[in-house]
Write a protein that binds this ligand. Sequence first.
Ligand SMILES: *Cc1c(COP(=O)(O)O)cnc(C)c1O
Length: 354
Amino acid sequence: MSKFLSRRFSSLVPYTPGEQPRDMEYVKLNTNESPFEPSPKVIEAVGSDEVKKLNLYPDPTGKALTQKLAETYGVEEENVFISNGSDDILNFSFMAFCDKDKGAAFPEISYGFYEVYADLYGVDSKKIPLKEDFSINISDYFGAKRTVVIANPNAPTGLALSLNEVEEIVKANADDVVIIDEAYVDFGAESAVPLTKKYNNLIVVMTYSKSRSLAGGRLGFAIAHKDLISDLNTIKYSTNPYNINRLTMAAGIASLEDADYYKACNKNTAEVREYTKAELEKRGFVLTDSKANFLFAKNDKIGGENYYLSLKSKGVLVRHFKNDKIKDYVRITIGTKEQMDILLSKTDEILSEV
Ligand SMILES: *Cc1c(COP(=O)(O)O)cnc(C)c1O
């Protein structure tokens, strides 16, 4: 830290992205990326015609992409906000809907960035414990008097709330914003988008990073009542109006034009998830009922950190969290069937060594 850093950031602990070691080729199952390339239509859309226009700023309103998203999700353009990854939207939301008088509430075990944003803006955060089985007790969020943020499915547990449960939370916080982070919704959970027509306090946040094979492109979007979208635009136009570059914008549009491709990829991921889960269970693992593109697994014979380290030494990366409540577990991204078979065979080696 330099002596120039503002004192308000002196104790800020930034988010730690999943590791990307370069010392060897790993089977990378640690950051919940898609193992599949973007659709051929996306690759074509980002071709030289678009590159030739890079001397020009992109459309700050992202009209073409916004229109396409509105069509896809059955809402109006005024209900759609697009951004540089969904982290950007979460950032804007904490900036817009929290302050020293309005705290945030989110599950104690969830996406680590929520706490970072709260700290960044000096927002008091209430971290609500999960139940013993890692599920969310929805009534803990009723009348929170805070901005509520819930990942659904939750990370890294993979457990999903039903649409009815989400509606209960939204209804019970009518005077506060409820943000439902649906980064993993396309792998088998119910989206709360339909509720945005009924409730003016709900923001549904989604990303292209997982179910649309575009983590490297950085594209996210939110769907909400037009007044909330307008608030997000106030923040965007006060920070970085051109926050989505031309190439990513073109990729985002082309993705929506090849919905069948992504549907097939996501279906494959859900099937490979169930296959891997069953195989790990055969080997004595305990897993949650994940609806996401990852598994949350433990095997007390190996231990969480040891399993992570042993896999790494054998060329397979998974994610281990040091938090005491989940330190026995690892989070395993679902890759291709071939990648998961490598994970399983390395797991067999590890089990034979303990
Ligand atoms: C991956 C992830 C995000 C961030 O996605 P980007 O669009 O890549 O910024 C947000 N929320 C959750 C729960 C995630 O897992």
